[in-house]
Design a protein around this ligand. Sequence first.
Ligand code: SF4
Length: 260
Amino acid sequence: MSQNNRIDDYNKNLPIVEIYTAVQSEGSRAGYPTVVIRTTGCTHRCYFGEGGWCDSWYTSIHPEKGKFTFNDIIKMYDDNPHISEMMLTGGSPTMHPKLVNELTHLAHDRNIVITIETEGSHFIATDYPIDLLSISPKFSNSVPVVGVETPQGRLTDERMIKQHNKFRLNYEAMKKSIAYHTDYHIKPVWDGKDENALVEILECINTLNVPKEKVWFMPAGDSREALFKSYPILFDWVRDNGFRMTWRPHIIAFEDQREV
Ligand code: SF4
């Protein structure tokens, strides 16, 4: 096990903007109480047209500074001994390999199941494999449009688009990650209408050779209203095509509030 990939100062500020408890509501671990750790920084700059900017834009388009230490994570588990799950999300957690590696040690010592949410930009090798990669590849409907205002009022330019596309659909990284870590699933977001997006999603599933039971379709939308529009089409489509569906009940409960 490599020592140079470990965090030695547990009081040092890390690129983490949120630590909170929640119930996992997407994918194969749905229903489990979990500790959510949100890192800041992302290789992507997702803009979904009518769906708006990345819903955690404060970690990606306008990244906030990290404000938590490793000891804060340990305290969260000490304070919540009933929780034995971790959802590591972002931003893009794989931008922080040391932190992710240290978390695999904590998880190993305390019997915690780690789910890492990733867009698949980077492969990282950890001392203990990650239990579940929850991969949400980003398709062409996530590319920013020149001249659109960002959440903090900057105008999108070509540089931003280039940055977004630099690591988008990094199939080599996704394949390596799937082969290295314990388990995975793919979580494509689809509004049930955009046929081009569906073609890209199915191409991705094909390229990665993902069995249907590892594909969890998610309805598009970050509001109840938007979700409800996608639901009927997506339910029927998933029923008829043999994939899995995950319906994002945290949005029904809390819409776009932070830390839910
Ligand atoms: S990859 Fe995820 S965190 Fe990064 S910009 Fe896109 S939606 Fe946001």
